[in-house]
Write a protein that binds this ligand. Structure first.
Ligand code: SF4
Ligand code: SF4
Length: 162
């Protein structure tokens, strides 16, 4: 986190990207997360992911358009550039409980034990000031992320180099 002082409110904010911050080379949400609408399991690259990004970007599903991880959103300026999920190893999501209003966080590991690194621990401990943080273990080893065979329209393509 670039700023470790406590914000005035739980670090959530609007669900739109922080101006000037972009996913760039990161695509780990398209690899790591379970996407029900696409029947995509956790830990398996989306079949629409190509070396240059999402092959159906202009027509991607609403669930894809709507997903903005906490690093990308970061309206409180809490995260540094090197906390980008493909570098930190955690995809952070914040949710408010409808009944209590309490903020809860989910840290999806991108590779096994990513949450155990000192930097990841620091981020998790920081967020824990504002609500419980649940860590979801990675579904597959980091080195296998590069070995997934992707196909688009039946044609095998090279995996994206993360
Ligand atoms: S995990 Fe976050 S930064 Fe990475 S591609 Fe997804 S939304 Fe963008
Ligand atoms: S459709 Fe595109 S944006 Fe959605 S998960 Fe697949 S690659 Fe990612």
């Amino acid at each position: 986190m670039s700023n470790t002082s406590a914000p005035h409110a739980a670090p959530r904010g609007p669900s739109s990207p922080q101006p000037g911050r972009e996913c760039g080379e990161c695509n780990v949400c398209c690899r790591t997360l379970y996407v029900r609408d696409l029947n995509k399991p956790a830990g398996v690259a989306c079949k629409f992911l190509t070396p240059s990004g999402c092959s159906v970007y202009q027509h991607r599903w609403d669930v894809c358009k709507g997903f903005v991880c906490m690093w990308l959103r970061d309206h409180h300026g809490l995260f540094a550039d090197h906390h980008r999920p493909d570098q930190l190893g955690l995809i952070l999501v914040g949710k408010s409980d409808d009944d209590t209003g309490q903020t809860r966080f989910v840290a999806h590991e991108v590779w096994p034990e990513a949450a155990q690194s000192p930097e990841a621990q620091r981020v998790i401990e920081f967020l824990a000031q504002f609500g419980p943080v649940k860590t979801v273990p990675a579904a597959q080893p980091k080195d296998q992320l590069h070995d997934i065979t992707l196909t688009v329209n039946g044609k095998v393509i090279e995996p994206h180099a993360a």
